[in-house]
Design a protein around this ligand. Structure first.
Ligand code: USQ
Length: 395
């Protein structure tokens, strides 16, 4: 029987290419989305670099280009009845869950955005877990978590769990989390809820603690302009390397926050698809929450900025790197040694960051440079409010 996979958040940067990738491999794919990312873009006054047709139009284009259908379920994951009805009718073997508010800066705007991010993400995931318990206890949840759940502790980061020897006894716990934003905290809460659901209800789950994803194109987005993915460069939804490439093309400074020693795990968008497919093909056991640290290499933001500047110079684009005041609260020089062997053991063959790869990104961005809106590059979302002028420190 054809494998059925439901992709939650199928309109997003990663959800849409994942849906196409899994569909091309022969699965029957359904996508769930409430188009909320498009509403948050309007709220913030930002747009993806490449204009994106509606999800229904992209699905029609996919059918036309590849002859395969994708089913659309439009609705909100925080609506318990909708989640129950969708899982009940599609009956997925695997649920790939990207359906969350994905931006750390968005979650740090104010209490409303923090509360929204946490309730949206945590309640949506709880609805999925309860619907799985009641309707599909043998299905497999592949959930996108984040490397940012761990933060930057001063010891090695293990793949999900830490074994502790204490007063002569030993126990294995979920690795302690020290996340750096209200968004990253929402993913920590999800991980604990998933762990509960696997321990107590015997569900199967894989938590993919993903690093920062970069890239603009996948095998399938490249087939037709209508299949492009939602690529952001603005301060709120854009991520480090993607932003740096757009800043270089726009002739704006590449903004390294603070000293620039912030080290993170990074991966190419094509490797995200490969990792998710490996997790789908190798399900967790009943009662297991398996954790993979999903990234292929680590960089400091300073290194990344310099790589982009140097690649741009080869293309005749003169870019400058500046050390901007850091709007975030984070360590700017720190120890960072996370393990990431699980997906490699399953057969992942990474696309590492190369000069050619940055060149390809820059050239693709150049084709759309007229759509770059400079005011979206710096939007001044701060982790801690700036004291009012003249106010004593600590007031
Ligand atoms: N940074 C700069 N300059 C910029 C933008 C970012 O120096 O112009 C720095 C940040 O301060 C941070 C690092 O680059 O130290 C990464 O920031 P980011 O905006 O690329 O990524 P982040 O906010 O951590 O979130 C992104 C995705 C999120 C995902 C996460 C993976 O938006 O959905 O979960 O990457 S991770 O970072 O591993 O937690």
């Amino acid at each position: 029987m054809t494998e059925r996979i439901l992709v939650l958040g199928g309109d997003g940067y990663l959800g849409w290419p994942t849906a196409m990738h899994l569909s091309a491999r022969g699965a029957r794919v359904g996508v769930v989305d409430n188009m909320s990312k498009r509403a948050w873009e309007r709220e913030m006054g930002v747009q993806p670099l490449i204009a994106i047709p509606s999800l229904a139009k992209r699905i029609a284009a996919w059918q036309e280009v590849c002859g395969r259908s994708i089913e659309l379920f439009e609705g909100d994951l925080t609506d318990t009845d909708f989640v129950h009805a969708t899982l009940g009718s599609f009956r997925p073997d695997t649920i790939v869950h990207y359906g969350e508010q994905p931006s750390a800066p968005y979650s740090m705007i104010d209490v409303h955005h923090a509360a929204f991010t946490q309730s949206n993400n945590v309640v949506g995931t709880l609805n999925v877990l309860f619907a799985m318990r009641d309707l599909l206890p043998d299905s497999h949840l592949v959930k996108l978590g984040t490397m940012g759940e761990y933060g930057t502790p001063d010891i090695d980061i293990e793949e999900g769990y830490l074994t502790v020897d204490h007063n002569g006894r030993r126990h294995t716990f979920l690795y302690p989390k020290t996340p750096g934003s209200m968004y990253h905290l929402s993913k920590v809460h999800d991980s604990h809820n998933m762990h509960f659901a696997t321990r107590v209800w015997g569900l199967r789950a894989t938590d993919l603690n993903q690093g920062v994803v970069y890239g603009i194109e996948t095998e399938h987005t490249a087939l037709d302009p209508r299949l492009a993915t939602s690529f952001h460069y603005d301060e709120v939804f854009g991520t480090a390397l993607n932003r740096f490439c757009v800043q270089a093309v726009a002739g704006e400074p590449i903004t390294v926050y603070g000293r620039g020693g912030q080290t993170r795990g990074y991966l190419n968008i094509r490797d995200t698809l490969a990792c998710v497919a490996l997790a789908v093909d190798n399900p967790a056991e009943r009662g297991e929450m398996r954790v993979f640290n999903q990234f292929t290499e680590t960089f400091t933001v300073r290194e990344l900025a310099e790589r982009v500047r140097d690649a741009a110079a080869q293309l005749g684009i003169e870019a400058t790197v500046v050390h901007a005041e850091n709007p975030r609260f984070e360590a700017e020089e720190h120890y960072y040694n996370p393990r990431h062997s699980g997906l490699l053991e399953l057969g992942l063959q990474p696309h590492l960051l190369s000069q050619e790869l940055i060149d390809t990104m820059l050239q693709r961005i150049v084709q759309h440079r007229d759509r770059i809106r400079r005011e979206a590059l710096v939007m001044n979302v701060r982790w801690t409010p700036k004291p009012a002028a003249g106010a004593p420190v600590g007031s």
